[in-house]
Design a protein around this ligand. Structure first.
Ligand code: ADP
Ligand code: MG
Length: 346
C-alpha cells in the first residue's frame, strides 16, 4: 500500500475494500435520487437526496459537503501530521492542548461510551492499534510479543484523558497517551453533513460514510429509505437483512473487512483494551440504530468488543436497537434487541 493511500486511511472500516453505498441501498428507477459521492476518511461517502432545494446549485451543495468532510478529517485524522489529534498525540506534556469545539464534542461522546461499556470502547487504544498493524504505523510482519503488548497497554486507559469545555482543550496524565477517533469520527461526520442538510432545508436525505448512515424523511412519497445490513463476509456484498430508516442513523462494526490471518487465525482491527489483543469471539458484526450516527458508531465497536453475551445484555439494558450477528455451526445467527422491531416495517 502506497504512503499516500495509507495516510488517507484515517478511519477506514475497510482496508481491503470500502463499503459501497450501492450495496447498502435498494431500489432504482425513475424516482432515483440525486447522488453526491467521493472519498473521505479512507473510505467512500455518498449523499442521496430526492431533489436540490430551490436557490442551491448541485455543485455548491457538494462543495459545502466536501468542505465539511475535509474540515473534520483535518482535525480528527491520525494520518494527517498537522491534525489537532496528531498535535495532541505528539505533545508529551501534561498541559492542556487547545482543540476545536467539535473535536472536544467527539471526545466527550467517546468518553461517555467508554464509561457505559466499562472501557470496551476506548479511544486511547491507538498504541495497540498501531502495534497490531492497523494504524498509521507500518505493519511489523509478525505478531507482537507479550512484552510489547504489555508495554503498549500501560499507555491505554480513557480515564487518563481529560477534557475541558471552555476553551475546549484536552490533557493527558501520561505523556505517551494517544487518541484514535477512527471508531467514532465517521459517525460524527455523517451527523455533521446531515445537520448541514437540515440547515439548508433539505427535508429528505440519506448520508453514508463507509457504511455508517443517517436518513431523514423518505426517498420518495411513501417510499422510506431502505438499507441493508450486509452478510459479514469479506467477499462480495450480500444482504443479510433490510431495515427501514426514517429519522435515524445506523452503524455497523465487524471483524470481516479489516483483518489479517495468520496460522489460520483471524486478527481483527477491533482491539479489546483489556487483553491488548484483537477480539477473538464468534461475534461477526454488530449494527446499532440511533438518532445520532456518532453514538451508533461508537456503540458498535464497544458492543463488538464486549461480545455476543455481555454486549447483547448491555444493549438490552440500554434499550438500544441492536442486531448481533454471530458465526454459528449452521451459518450466521442473528439476535436483535426488541427495539429493532420498529425498523422492520416500511
Ligand atoms: P468498524 O466498521 O469495524 O466499526 P471503524 O473504522 O469504525 O470500523 O472502527 C475500527 C477502528 O477503531 C480501528 O481500526 C481502530 O483504529 C479503532 N479501535 C479498535 N479497537 C477499538 C476500541 N476498543 N475502542 C475504540 N476504538 C477502537
Ligand atoms: Mg465503526
Amino acid at each position: 500500500m502506497g504512503a499516500c493511500v495509507r495516510r488517507n486511511l484515517a478511519y477506514t472500516t475497510a482496508l481491503l475494500m470500502a463499503v459501497s453505498l450501492s450495496a447498502c441501498l435498494q431500489g432504482a428507477g425513475q424516482d432515483d435520487p440525486i447522488r453526491l459521492s467521493g472519498h473521505t476518511m479512507g473510505t467512500d461517502y455518498m449523499v442521496k437526496i430526492p431533489g436540490i432545494p430551490v436557490g442551491l446549485g448541485r455543485e455548491d451543495l457538494h462543495a459545502r459537503i466536501k468542505e465539511i468532510l475535509e474540515r473534520i478529517n483535518g482535525r480528527m485524522s491520525t494520518y494527517e501530521e498537522d491534525s489537532e489529534l496528531s498535535l495532541f498525540n505528539n505533545n508529551h506534556t501534561p498541559d492542556w492542548v487547545d482543540v476545536s469545539a467539535e473535536t472536544a464534542l467527539v471526545v466527550q461522546e467517546a468518553l461517555r461510551i467508554s464509561r457505559l461499556t466499562g472501557g470496551a470502547f476506548d479511544i486511547t487504544v491507538g498504541p495497540l492499534v498501531n502495534l497490531w498493524g492497523f494504524g498509521p504505523a507500518p505493519q511489523q510482519g509478525q505478531l507482537p510479543g507479550k512484552d510489547a503488548i504489555r508495554a503498549a497497554m500501560t499507555t491505554v486507559g480513557y480515564h487518563r484523558l481529560h477534557l475541558r469545555d471552555s476553551p475546549p482543550a484536552l490533557r493527558k496524565d501520561q505523556p505517551a497517551i494517544q487518541i484514535d477517533l477512527s471508531a467514532i469520527a465517521k459517525g460524527y461526520a455523517v451527523d455533521a453533513v446531515a445537520e448541514y442538510l437540515d440547515s439548508v432545508q433539505v427535508s429528505s436525505y440519506l448520508v453514508e460514510i463507509g457504511g455508517e448512515l443517517r436518513a431523514k424523511g423518505e426517498k420518495a412519497e411513501r417510499v422510506p429509505w431502505k438499507v441493508a445490513v450486509e452478510r459479514p463476509v469479506p467477499e462480495g456484498r450480500r444482504v443479510l437483512r433490510t431495515l427501514f430508516l426514517r429519522n435515524s442513523a445506523m452503524a455497523t462494526s465487524g471483524d470481516y473487512r479489516n483483518f489479517f490471518e495468520k496460522d489460520g487465525q483471524r486478527f481483527s482491527h477491533t482491539i479489546n483494551p483489556r487483553t491488548g489483543k484483537p477480539i477473538t469471539h464468534n461475534l461477526a458484526s454488530v449494527t446499532v440504530l440511533s438518532a445520532s450516527c456518532m453514538e451508533a458508531d461508537a456503540w458498535t465497536t464497544g458492543l463488538l468488543v464486549l461480545g455476543p453475551e455481555d454486549g447483547y445484555e448491555l444493549a438490552t439494558r440500554e434499550k438500544l436497537p441492536a442486531l448481533f450477528v454471530t458465526r454459528g455451526a449452521n451459518g450466521f445467527e442473528q439476535q436483535a434487541t426488541a427495539e429493532v422491531d420498529r425498523f422492520l416495517e416500511s
